[in-house]
Design a protein around this ligand. Sequence first.
Ligand code: FAD
Length: 347
Amino acid sequence: MTVKKKAAQPNDMPDWSEYRGVLVVVEQRDGVAKSVSWQLLGIGRKLAEKLEVETIALVMGHGVGHLAEEAIQRGADKVYICDDPVLSVYRTRPYSRVCLQLIRDIKPEIVLMGATYTGRDLAGAIATHLPTGLTADTTQLDVEPHPSRLLLASRPAFSEKMVATILCKQYRPQMATARAGVFEALPRDPSRKGEIIPITCEMKEEEIAARVLDFIQDEKRVNLEDADVIVAGGRGLGGPGPFRLLKELADALGGVVGASRAAVDAGWIGHEHQVGQTGHTVRPKLYIAVGISGAVQHLVGMQNADVIVAINKDPDAPIFKVAHFGVVGDLFQIVPALTEEVKKRRG
Ligand code: FAD
């Protein structure tokens, strides 16, 4: 594979002027988009506006036409859709083939994907084939304006002790995956207009070695990123048992259970529940922090929640500085009472 480079510009960067536009790859499962995809369209649109280029989305799957419409309502100017039975479940080869073909055809300067299991797999495969650089797990994205037009992709580094901003000067497109919950999705605007362009999948089923026989749901898996309500517990719970109280409240509210790192490190609950710098970044409608002090490493993972309720016996706990509603008191009295009240009101 050769990378076409024209004469170097004064700033020692190749001339990438044929690469324009910000491409967001929309991830879906069973026709339901991952919320991180719409969050990426939100930030992608901001970057595109700064660069004065189009925001482009790619939707892949089978029976996913509705997602192309939604991508426009969420900020895309143009949506490429590849709707084919071969793409009905995610497999690296056909999905990467479609992406690679589109990227080679339309030459976007930036490609963004969610830092999900699928996004990480797909982004790595594409970056290797193109080839280009990929910044994984970004938490901040910005661009330098013309002429450099560089993507400033920032992510925690050195055991999360500092934030590194990574540039890709010598290759195009510039690629990044981004954590869910970090960026804000644009509200759906049904009046937005855009162009939907169908593209074909060149790969036939018989060319693909991998077959998906079945999906077995991991009972322990918790989808914090897409949850509207999270009830999170910390060291204040004093042990694994009281997480049952949190689960009852979460169930009553239709939510899931989260945790601070202190609770996870103590072995009271699995790491898949951890919220914060080294856990999940979440953006629920309601976040209830129970027995969590509000260390900065926890706050970075949940402070973008629409409504934060803190329950803590220490009135000076830092969590109250970010909480919209605070309850000072013993969680063992407050949580069961709250659960009972929610159940009563919900019938
Ligand atoms: P504590 O700070 O001990 O707070 C317990 C709280 O419970 C106290 O405020 C106390 O008043 C309250 N409490 C006690 N009993 C009761 C009761 N009966 N009723 C009501 N309230 C009660 N932390 C994370 O959460 N997520 C991360 O991703 C993360 N990443 C980190 C990365 C690095 C590099 C480092 C150095 C640290 C990280 N931490 C992370 C750890 C973080 O610094 C804190 O140590 C941790 O968040 C504290 O957890 P906590 O609030 O549960 O415990």
